[in-house]
Design a protein around this ligand. Structure first.
Ligand SMILES: Cc1ncc(COP(=O)(O)O)c(C=O)c1O
Length: 451
């Protein structure tokens, strides 16, 4: 797609000022784009399709300094009896339209607190997708419960809801699907099954800040939803997490679990509460950073979404590149990742790793993403873990290895390619540069394959 330089510059100045991206960055982009017409792929010695710097992360300004200094000077650095974490929680409730938000020390501990509130333990099975970060799996094994993988829908990269019922047994205590990449899984389909079998659903929305299903923020559909505020995430305080829920009883249980089993800020043990727990609290400093980061969140979500839609439009014109499908109910993806499948047959049998190398040479950072969890030795070794053998026995654990086979996921992990969320904070022109790079590689694929 061709656009005039004048147009590019106007568009860049408009978008860069909205995000506070430097002017030098934009001008370099403009020159980078002029240089591209009919040039060789960079891996073959041609010029890079993108010869500048992608937006950095995190984006920091005066708001972070002001909020942090307030906490520093207040001398109140812990949430108990203090006000910054609660202020952040009320803001998070507002932007997600949830009744309750609870800040936790990480996305993992947000999930752990929800599993704790549901009293998940040895003997229980938890349904998850295999295309996810290992934390989704680890929070289950921490409780000596059994993670049960349900294969993915390769088109969307999300859990295949049509396969969930086959995985349900009398031991299934909760479903924990993941909005992977920040795009909603098929919420209606999963909820129908959860309701039919009377099994609670909790959402791993760790990558999906402000993603929406039918106009409502994800995390609101299950009993609760967990978000991560770890450094790479679209809302970031280095480490951090948040639970949202619309169920007061569940909120109180989660609060108790994240605060040593106590359901108030009091440090004294309440007799007979029966809740397990630990210290999984967020600090006042992290809440201060989150409050500042949140002032830019909506604008960033919009920017990522617009750029991702445009990139999908451009990629749809390239044979062998298939962007992850969004389900019909998706009214907004958070695009923590831009994910697509690469078909090497359409690129002269060039391997995915060579394609990634060629794109990197063009100045376009990209990755192959997750490897297959069900084939991962770390995961498979669970079948030999002495505690698991004690609780479940050898036959159940061997069956578990078989139950967890996910052929579609194995295929997906061989074909997937990702761009990180910060690239989607670039300009519309940058999306064109990405597409131009892929087109160059496609055109020169025979020569690149022979390298
Ligand atoms: C899908 C998913 N679940 C859970 C987590 C865990 O979050 P945290 O790293 O904040 O513990 C992450 C973090 O990357 C994630 O991507």
């Amino acid at each position: 797609m061709k656009t005039s330089n004048k147009m590019n510059r106007r568009r860049f100045l408009h978008t860069s000022s909205a995000l506070g991206v430097g002017l030098t960055f934009g001008l370099q982009n403009i020159h980078g784009s002029i240089a591209q017409n009919n040039k060789k792929a960079a891996i073959l010695g041609g010029p890079k399709a993108f010869n500048a710097t992608w937006p950095g992360w995190p984006i920091v300004g005066r708001a972070e300094e002001d909020e942090l200094l307030k906490v520093l000077k207040s001398g109140q650095w812990c949430r108990l009896g203090s006000k910054t974490v609660p202020r952040y929680e009320r803001e998070f409730e507002k932007i997600t339209s949830a009744k309750f938000a609870l800040a936790t020390s990480s996305g993992s501990t947000a999930l752990t607190s929800m599993l704790g509130a549901l009293d998940i333990g040895p003997g229980d099975e938890v349904i998850i997708p295999p295309y996810t970060f290992i934390a989704t799996y680890n929070v289950i094994t921490q409780n000596y419960a059994l993670p049960i993988f349900v294969d993915v829908d390769i088109e969307s990269f999300q859990i295949d809801a049509s396969k969930i019922e086959d995985a349900i047994t009398t031991s299934t205590k909760v479903m924990m699907p993941v909005h992977i990449g920040g795009s909603p899984f098929d919420v209606d389909a999963v909820l129908d099954i959860a309701k039919k079998h009377n099994i609670p659903m909790i959402e791993d929305a760790c990558q999906a800040h402000l993603a929406e299903w039918k106009g409502k923020c994800v995390g609101n559909f299950g009993l609760g939803g967990a978000f991560s505020m770890q450094a790479s995430k679209n809302l970031n305080s280095g480490e951090g997490g948040t639970i949202i829920t619309n169920d007061e009883d569940f909120y109180n249980k989660c609060y108790g679990f994240h605060h040593q089993g106590q359901n108030t800020d009091s440090a004294s043990l309440e007799p007979g509460s029966g809740i397990r727990g630990s210290n999984l609290r967020l600090t006042e400093f992290q809440a201060a950073i989150l409050l500042a980061q949140m002032t830019r969140l909506e604008e960033q979500v919009k920017r990522r979404s617009e750029n991702a839609d445009y990139l999908t439009q451009l990629f749809n014109e390239i044979d062998g590149i298939t962007p992850a499908k969004l389900y019909d109910g998706t009214t907004r993806s958070a695009y923590h990742l831009y994910m697509f499948r690469y078909d090497e047959k359409m690129f002269s049998d060039m391997s995915r790793s060579k394609f990634i190398k060629a794109l990197n040479a063009e100045g376009i950072p990209c990755y192959g993403g997750y490897t297959s969890l069900s084939k991962n030795p770390y995961v498979r070794n669970l079948a030999k873990n002495k505690h698991y053998l004690n609780v479940y026995g050898e036959k159940t654990m061997n069956d578990w290895l078989e139950r967890n086979e996910c052929p579609q996921n194995d295929k997906l992990t061989q074909e997937a390619v990702w761009f990180g969320q910060t690239m989607l904070l670039g300009t519309k022109r940058n999306m064109e540069q990405i597409a131009e790079a892929v087109k160059k590689i496609s055109r020169d694929s025979k020569a690149i394959s022979m390298l």
